[in-house]
Design a protein around this ligand. Structure first.
Ligand code: PLP
Length: 792
């Protein structure tokens, strides 16, 4: 039970010890730290008990270069079931819990969907009492902070631990040494508690920080060479300094490879140390006790690293070691975009990891023999071998060296098996599985949408749905209940008002909660087609100008997205949308009928305010390109219809909630395959009414790109292509007209308020499948073979 008096005392003690202050004179961030640490005190015993309970059986480990955690305080209080108690306690101390929550910096140790998936999995595993530990990198700087200046994206370093990090414990005693071709460094683990919901179990996220073995060079310091004296220290610490801000694009940089090997090697050494303290030199049971999931190819270097440890350090025969490796690892494929498939130049790889390179060579050599024995042709072997064209293919290594490969939505898995990885599926048909992604209902409804949560709990008469989301289907019986539908609309309005207030505070822009909130929030990428959305907004603007009496409902188009700093086109699209916003929002003729807003610094905590307030969820990627999407699921769970293509998990969302309750448009995968090479975007450009008018604004002086050439380059990419792709590679022109038509359908549907509410409710009632609890239970049962265990 929560003890108010004791909690207050703990906070007071921490403020005294850490800052020499009282609650009255502490800064807001100091109060935040004190409260957070008091929670750490509260969970400490259960955390230790969980580790102890898990330690004697099989455990799973999630290796991921990214964890997009967001804020911890509110989530931990919710999961511990003491949110209201702590809120009341703080009130007695004259502290508003909302202010304290808003002080916390997001732990933005990831880029987008892949990193957020890892965070949702952590929450779900703890809640489902599954022995899953996360391993990753404690970046000093997470995903950059984004600002707009004159409509251009400006990046600033994200110093998220500026005011401390009350949620991590440095475990110096578990330090390990990682060796590179050019020297050794220390890896120091920081453990974060992962608090399960409605359970005592506390799981662990262990993130490694890089430090040099020598603190600084005392000799150089004495000789007053201060800069040089810390050079080695800085060089080592650079390894965990910053998150690479790329999403869906690989960056073949030496430092990136070092990061990957750094955390993977440290994590394996950590596991082996624990294993050996129990089984000594008997490695035959290793895979009976360890299941390691490789989140995309970023940690795939774990395969040769474990081989190296077993063969070089533990003197195990190659075949036996390979058996252990294959039975331990599994790999998740997140993309089929060619530009995102990791490959390492062998010269670079050799320089950073000379011994690991030799091991990869041996793996490759033996694999070629395996294929030869199976009578594979020379060409097939060249296609499939791990080292070819002077590069190491990390995806191929990830498939060859694991027992299971999974896609992240049914359509994506089908495309992998039947197309992109067809040869591999033929070679290893038993290895392929689907695991449709999910999202945690704790953060994505219980925490961010209390009003809706309360309503559902009332209707179902229990809170159990929060850990068994399939129960939402019991809401179906209210589908014609006017009172329920009206309440749903009222909740949506309340969340829209909250968002409007927040946006006014953050962006200084007023939006009208009575307008339709049409939202596209996700990383900026050509395949996600924010540009299609932009063209439609502009087309609507021109149509309104032509016909001021056009009967449309007021609409607010909201965008949120970060562009990778080196992704010129993505930055051009941001600038372009900001230019459209300037034009539309300042035109008195438009009279508030449409408004365009690009929010700055879209991140997890902003997301928590945006998803509950949306009327329309924009999921408009080119069919076949979005592996799953998880943003689509967050919208659905908050009662928002999808306006989208048949892509990724949209297919499954529509299957669950009914096509009539969503707005599907555009070419499907099969159709695009058929069009294939014969696609001629210019035909559309010239014949689809209004299309040329909007596309030409990229070059006709309507908008100013500040002399950067960004807009012209975008125009060229659509009309003539570039040396690496054909014109309009993502079929924007092909889908434009259908996209416009489906928007008209939205406008009509929204007018029947009760019927609209029915669509919202249908989506909520059928969102059960998209809980990451379901996903993680499937991984546990079908890939890792682990059992739930609950502490007392
Ligand atoms: C869910 C989420 C994503 C993933 O969004 P998609 O639409 O699936 O690409 C990215 N960023 C943040 C902050 C998220 O919360």
């Amino acid at each position: 039970m929560f003890d108010k008096v004791k909690f207050k005392e703990t906070v007071e003690t921490i403020l005294k010890v850490d800052y020499g202050k009282t609650i009255e004179n502490a800064e807001e961030y100091e109060k935040y730290n004190g409260i957070s640490k008091a929670i750490m005190e509260l969970i400490s015993d259960n955390w230790n008990a969980t580790e102890k309970l898990y330690s004697n059986g099989k455990q799973a480990y999630y290796f991921s270069a990214e964890y997009l955690m967001g804020r911890a305080l509110g989530n931990n209080l919710l999961n511990l079931g003491i949110y209201e108690e702590v809120k009341d306690t703080l009130k007695e101390l004259n502290i508003d819990i909302n202010n304290i929550e808003e002080i916390e910096e997001d732990a933005g140790l990831g880029n987008g969907g892949l990193g957020r998936l890892a965070a949702c999995f952590m929450d779900s595993a703890a809640t489902m009492n599954l022995p899953l530990t996360g391993y990753g990198i404690r970046y000093e700087y997470g995903i950059f902070e984004q600002k707009f200046e004159d409509g251009f994206q400006i990046e600033r370093g994200d110093n998220w631990q500026r005011y401390g990090d009350p949620w991590s414990i440095r475990r110096t005693e578990d330090t390990v040494i990682v060796e590179f071709g050019d020297g050794k460094i220390k890896a120091i683990p920081y453990d974060m508690p992962i608090v399960g919901y409605n359970t005592k179990n506390i799981n662990t996220l262990r993130l490694w920080k890089a430090e040099s073995i020598e603190e600084f060079d005392f000799q150089l310091f004495n000789d007053q060479k201060y800069d040089e004296s810390v050079k080695e220290k800085n060089r080592a610490e650079d390894i965990s300094r910053v998150l690479y801000p790329n999403d869906s694009n690989e960056e073949g940089k030496m430092l990136r490879l070092k990061q990957q090997y750094f955390f993977v090697s440290a994590s394996l050494k950590d596991l082996l140390r624990k294993y050996k303290s129990r089984f000594e030199k008997d490695f035959s049971k290793f895979s009976e006790y360890h299941a390691i999931q490789l989140n995309d190819t970023h940690p795939v270097v774990a395969i040769p690293e474990l081989m190296r440890i077993l063969v070089d350090e533990e003197n195990i025969a190659w075949e036996e070691a390979w058996n252990i490796v294959e039975n331990t690892f599994s790999y998740t494929n997140h993309t089929i975009l060619a530009e995102a498939l990791e490959q390492w130049d062998i010269e670079l790889f050799k320089k950073v990891l000379p011994r690991i390179y030799e091991i990869v060579e041996e793996i490759d050599k033996r694999f070629i023999l395996e294929l030869k024995e199976k009578n594979y042709s020379h060409e097939k072997i060249e296609d499939m071998r791990i080292i070819s064209n002077n590069t190491i293919k990390m995806a191929w290594l990830g498939i060859h060296g694991t027992h299971t490969i999974n896609g992240v939505a049914q359509l994506h898995t089908d495309i992998l098996k039947n197309k992109e990885l067809k040869d591999w599926n033929k070679l290893y048909p038993e290895k392929f599985q689907n695991k449709t992604n999910g999202i945690t209902p704790r953060r994505w409804i219980a925490l961010c949408n209390r009003e809706l949560t309360e309503m559902i709990t009332e209707l179902l008469g229990t809170e159990e749905w929060i850990t068994d989301l399939s129960m939402l289907n019991k809401l179906e019986k209210y589908i014609d209940d006017e009172q329920v539908l009206k309440r749903l609309l009222a909740i949506k309005m309340e969340k829209k008002e909250e968002l409007s207030d927040y946006i006014f505070k953050k962006e200084g822009i007023e939006i009208d909660p009575n307008s339709i909130f049409d939202i596209q929030i996700k990383r900026l990428h050509e395949y996600k087609r924010q540009l299609l959305n932009a063209f439609h907004v502009l087309d609507l603007y021109y149509r309104l100008k032509e016909d001021p009496n056009m009967d449309i409902l007021p609409r607010t188009f909201i965008f949120g997205a970060k562009a990778a700093p080196g992704y010129f086109r993505a930055k051009g699209i941001i600038k372009y949308i900001n230019e459209i916003a300037k034009l539309v929002n300042n035109d008195p003729d438009i009279d508030g009928k449409i408004k365009v807003l690009f929010v700055q610094n879209y991140n997890v905590s902003y997301a928590e305010k945006l998803f509950p307030a949306a009327d329309i969820s924009e999921q408009i990627s080119t069919a076949g390109k979005e592996a799953s999407g998880t943003g689509n699921m967050k919208f659905m769970l908050n009662g928002t219809s999808t306006l989208g293509t048949y892509d990724g998990a949209n297919v499954e969302i529509v299957k669950e909630a009914g096509e009539e309750n969503n707005f599907i448009f555009g070419a499907r995968v099969e159709e695009l395959e058929e069009i294939g090479g014969s696609y001629n975007p210019i035909e559309y450009y010239e014949s689809v009414p209004g299309l040329k008018r909007v596309v030409d604004t990229l070059i006709d002086g309507t908008f100013d790109d500040g002399g950067t050439g960004m807009f012209k380059e975008l125009y060229d990419s659509l009309t003539i292509g570039a040396h690496w792709h054909r014109a309009d590679n993502y079929f924007i022109f092909r889908d434009f007209d259908q996209y416009r038509e489906v928007h008209k359908k939205v406008d009509r549907a929204y007018r029947d308020r009760l019927d609209w509410a029915r669509k919202c409710l249908k989506n909520i009632a059928n969102a059960g499948k998209f809980s990451s609890d379901r996903t993680i239970l499937e991984y546990g049962k079908e890939i890792w073979h682990i059992e739930a265990k609950k502490i007392q």
